[in-house]
Design a protein around this ligand. Structure first.
Ligand SMILES: Nc1ncnc2c1ncn2[C@@H]1O[C@H](COP(=O)(O)OP(=O)(O)OP(=O)(O)O)[C@@H](O)[C@H]1O
Ligand SMILES: [Mg+2]
Length: 313
């Protein structure tokens, strides 16, 4: 079995009567990659994750996780994965530690090992003092942290995180974000969904897939996606004299004295013309569109008409 692929999905479909929750998607995740799955509410992210983790059966398609066919060898798949699901998987009438023990024993772990690992995660997430509290008494954020610890204690190779920072305060969110970055540094494979696009940019993810109505409409590195969907170059330029719209080959978006923010169709042409004006350029920089700009462009149907065109690395 090809070991370099942590996940291989081919022509996956999941239809619920009239809803095409997942509509013929294919993608691969390599071992050690941090893969972000994005998309609006109802795009099909959680359904995809549920199928990959054997919690739901696909309508059709081929799925391999950790080298095993998910439908044919679900037990082998489960042994290699950890899941922080959208709906928190914890027993309300058990304590945090009891929950972690219950789920980790399913992986065949010894209690002493479970306890040591649980302690380190609960301390890391700043929730050790609540280890003996019933889940039913916990706040959403506390539950989410326990949920995360529960998924990580068995030390799975591949980790699925479906909105792991949902309901967490900004400090805890940063904590978890840093923690995910660390997991990746330690060689884990991570499939991660979130609506916090800024996090995706901060986390230096290896690959991003954007889903829309069950389909993957963009897939690639963050830079590839940005490049592909970028309509025009945004340039910031500072000159010693104020330039007027008629002098430059671009649309002035902002201007204050010699400072301008310009949308430029052809950067070379723009540069040549500016050079010919014989003005002194104090500062010049091209701005990257944010993931949010692109995401909104894609999700809303986009003005570029490029949104249905898949890009694949
Ligand atoms: N068990 C189900 N029965 C019927 N329809 C379902 C079921 N589960 C999901 N769906 C539908 O499938 C579509 C995709 O849902 P899914 O939960 O995968 O979206 P999502 O991308 O995770 O959204 P969110 O960002 O809101 O979590 C939605 O239209 C949803 O209503
Ligand atoms: Mg979801």
């Amino acid at each position: 079995m090809a070991e370099e692929k942590a996940i291989a999905v081919k022509n996956l479909k999941k239809y619920f009567k009239r809803v095409k929750a997942v509509d013929d998607i294919s993608f691969e995740v390599k071992y050690g990659e941090l893969f972000a799955l994005l998309g609006q509410n109802g795009a099909g992210k959680s359904t995809t994750i549920r199928i990959l983790t054997n919690l739901a059966v696909p309508t059709s398609g081929y799925i391999e996780v950790a080298g095993y066919n998910v439908l044919k060898a679900p037990t082998n798949v489960r042994r290699n994965i950890g899941l922080v699901a959208e709906k928190i998987i914890l027993y309300d009438n058990l304590t945090a530690m009891e929950n972690i023990k219950f789920f980790s024993r399913l992986y065949g772990m010894k209690d002493s090992v479970i306890e040591t690992r649980a302690e380190s995660f609960l301390k890391l997430f700043d929730i050790w003092n609540f280890k003996d509290m019933l889940i039913s008494k916990m706040s959403t954020g506390m539950k989410q942290k326990i949920n995360l610890a529960r998924a990580l204690v068995p030390d799975p190779k591949i980790i699925f995180l479906d909105e792991p920072t949902l309901g967490l305060d900004p400090v805890s969110t940063k904590h978890i974000r840093d923690f995910i970055i660390n997991l990746r540094k330690n060689g884990k494979t991570i499939v991660y969904t979130t609506h916090v696009l800024h996090d995706v940019e901060l986390m230096n993810v290896d690959k991003v897939a954007i889903m829309r109505r069950g389909k993957i409409v963009a897939i690639g590195t963050l830079n590839e996606i940005k490049k592909h969907f970028k309509k025009a170059e945004i340039v910031e330029i500072e000159t010693d004299v104020e330039l007027s719209q008629s002098e430059i080959n671009g649309k002035i978006l902002e201007q204050e004295g010699g400072y301008m923010k310009v949308e430029v169709e052809d950067l070379n042409k723009f540069m040549k013309e500016i050079t010919n004006l014989n003005v002194h350029i104090r500062n010049f920089k091209t701005l990257e569109p944010s993931l949010e700009d692109i995401y909104i462009e894609i999700s809303e149907g986009g003005a570029t008409g490029k949104e249905r065109e898949d890009i694949t690395v």
